[in-house]
Design a protein around this ligand. Structure first.
Ligand SMILES: [Zn+2]
Length: 127
């Protein structure tokens, strides 16, 4: 499944470059599209038509497009995807960044919990 999103990403890189795609690239894009299911292409094409990216790279559990945190369950699934995942917030297809090395064990391990801002008030004696 990862291959589908990787194909989309390769296509995106050629579509969003400053100059129009060369003949070779157009042929390459066509080949990539043949490997991608129609519904997935439809959603991707809509985003591209709006001048947006269709695929967001995920780094450190953060969506590369909207910069919001992705659920750790989804990030863990991206390591060995059985499905295609989209960002809950911006709707882009999610692809784990190539330089991102999360192992399922690592992502499941508890990371240092964030400091709590809300301080518990001392329990006042009822009266
Ligand atoms: Zn997003």
């Amino acid at each position: 499944m990862r291959a589908i999103v990787e194909n989309l990403y390769a296509q995106q890189q050629m579509l969003l470059q400053p100059k129009p795609a060369s003949k070779e690239q157009t042929a390459c894009i066509q080949q990539l599209r043949e490997k991608i299911p129609v519904q997935i292409l439809g959603h991707f094409d809509r985003l591209i038509a709006q001048g947006r990216r269709g695929v967001a790279l995920v780094r450190r559990g953060i969506c590369g497009e909207c910069h919001l945190r992705i659920s750790s369950g989804t990030v863990a699934s991206l390591v060995r995807p059985k499905d295609v995942y989209v960002c809950d917030n911006c709707g882009r297809y999610l692809l784990l960044a190539p330089d991102e090395t999360i192992t399922p064990a690592e992502s499941a391990a508890p990371v240092t919990p964030p400091a709590r801002k809300t301080r518990k008030k001392p329990v006042a004696a009822a009266g």
